[in-house]
Design a protein around this ligand. Structure first.
Ligand code: SME
Length: 165
């Protein structure tokens, strides 16, 4: 059975609505929103075992932002390195269905079997990415890529507004 066969369109729409609500919430900062959104994705999809965000700096590094799951040593990743860095270099979604077969991979935890990384764009400029690790081999399909693309589109507005500190 495919891991995501229970991911109905209705369920994904419900998660997207929850994400939209958090994006629009007032009175909380961007990182608090990202953490809530990571939690919604993590709790909403059974095989999303680690959900986090990396933000791209002008000097081509990905900096770890809010996440839900195990701690990771990879809090700064140069563009090109690992699955996250590859998505940064190619500026497109990267899916690794079995990390054991991927040579350009930075291991976070022995439990991880697969990974999907989806870029976040603001006005055609890549500003970061959604990174998801799974403990299941080959859990991801086009459903995940399309769904996470829609999440990334919703997140864009968080980065096009000036944050007040
Ligand atoms: N596995 C990633 C590193 C980040 S962790 O998954 C949190 C990679 O290869 O880029």
């Amino acid at each position: 059975m495919v891991a995501n066969s229970n991911l109905t369109t209705g369920k994904l729409e419900k998660i997207l609505n929850e994400v939209s609500k958090v994006v629009r919430e007032e009175g909380i900062k961007r990182d608090a929103k990202l953490e809530k959104i990571a939690r919604i994705l993590h709790d909403g999809v059974p095989y999303y075992d680690w959900v986090g965000f990396y933000l791209l700096t002008p000097n081509e590094e990905l900096i770890l932002g809010p996440f839900v799951g195990e701690e990771t040593d990879h809090d700064r990743i140069p563009v090109g390195k690992g699955v996250c860095g590859r998505a940064g270099a190619e500026q497109q979604t990267v899916v690794v269905q079995n990390v054991a077969e991927e040579s350009n991979y930075l291991a976070c935890s022995d439990a991880v079997r697969s990974e999907i990384v989806v870029p976040i764009f603001v006005e055609e400029e890549m500003i970061g990415e959604i990174d998801i690790d799974s403990h299941t081999i080959s859990p991801f399909s086009e459903k995940d890529s399309n769904f996470l693309y829609q999440v990334a589109c919703k997140l864009a507005s968080l980065f096009s507004q000036i944050e007040e500190d």
